[in-house]
Design a protein around this ligand. Structure first.
Ligand code: F6P
Length: 319
């Protein structure tokens, strides 16, 4: 291929810029042209496309958000929208597309591939919920943001002998909650992958109090329920008072960690390599420290791997 396109789509994640930079620079290194598509699939359908040069991706590796902007686009779920997108790509002489995003973005990329247009997926989401890759770009940064918040909330929780519920993102996956809970020393972690028993949580909190522990941190993944719902449950069913802190979109922002920048650079470059060698229809991932490519279908047929061992450990260490 001589000309490829790149877009970011869905919820942004720290490190997307580093991935875009890698795509552009790796492609130019191999004498290919790169078109930046702005505002995700919406921009693709509207032809919001501009050729990118080396300088366009300078000074962005350290920046959060995405220089290409992002969008969630309902119209692109329909075949009509997808055909509009392909028409724009062909009009501009773009032969293949790198899609950086999460689950919904991958569905769009798979649809284009099934319509005969080669796409490669790069996993950009803080949720770490893409099947077939150990990590997604942005997860590490979001995790560190959550940890920073937990540490701060714990300071005030300790000063006032309070129990706090901290609601974290992750959509239907509990990775962010689990890793944050383990790294932040939370007393309880609730994840969608494991049903919870309110009396068990209450018993744990009460036992802690009897031992003289006057504060505690409960991490709840948004896929379980909201922090406020959990607060109500604990009050009504176990007479336990808590404070709630919803971290929200703060988790999606900020300068990417070194780890996310490196991962994004490796994955962006791999995506170009795949298109360059005419291997569309693949997702890029990392498995056991190796950057890999696998069939798009595996993403949707597979089940996101939740680390049961780590979950068990988080429970053991928070007795
Ligand atoms: O997929 C990333 C994510 O931040 C999820 O964790 C969250 O459920 C969702 O996006 C929020 O989406 P929006 O920013 O569109 O409200």
């Amino acid at each position: 291929m001589k000309k490829i396109g790149v877009l970011t789509s869905g919820g942004d994640s720290p490190g997307m810029n580093a991935a875009v930079r890698a795509v552009v620079r790796k492609a130019i290194y191999h004498d290919m042209q790169v078109a930046g598509i702005f505002h995700g699939y919406q921009g693709l359908m509207e032809g919001n496309i501009k050729e990118l040069e080396l300088g366009d991706v300078g000074d962005i590796i350290q920046r959060g958000g995405t220089k290409l902007y992002s969008a969630r686009c309902l119209e692109f779920k329909e075949k009509e929208g997808q055909l509009k997108g392909i028409e724009q790509l062909k009009k501009q002489g773009i032969e293949g597309l790198v899609v950086i995003g999460g689950d919904g973005s991958y569905r769009g990329a798979l649809a284009l591939t099934n319509l005969g247009y080669p796409c490669v997926g790069v996993p950009g989401t803080i949720d770490n919920d893409i099947s077939g890759t150990d990590y997604t770009i942005g997860f590490d940064t979001a995790l560190n943001t959550v940890i920073d918040s937990i540490d701060k909330i714990r300071d005030t929780a300790t000063s006032h002998d309070r129990s706090f519920i901290i609601e974290v993102m992750g959509r239907d996956a509990g990775d962010l909650a689990l890793w944050a809970g383990l790294a932040g020393g939370a007393e309880t972690v609730l994840v969608p992958e494991d049903p919870f028993d309110i009396q068990e949580i209450a018993g744990r909190l009460k036992r802690g109090r009897l031992r003289g522990k006057k504060h505690s941190i409960i991490i709840v993944a948004e896929g379980v329920m909201s922090g406020q719902e959990l607060q109500q449950k604990l009050l009504q069913e176990a007479d336990i008072e808590t404070h709630v802190s919803v971290l929200g979109h703060i988790q999606r922002g900020g300068s990417p960690t070194a780890r996310d920048r490196v991962l994004a650079s490796q994955m962006g470059a791999k995506a170009v390599e795949l298109l360059r060698t005419n291997q569309g229809g693949k997702a890029v991932g990392i498995r056991n420290r190796e950057i890999v490519a696998y069939d798009f279908n595996e993403v949707f047929e597979g089940v996101h791997h939740f680390d049961e061992e780590m979950y068990k450990l988080s429970k053991e260490l928070s007795i």
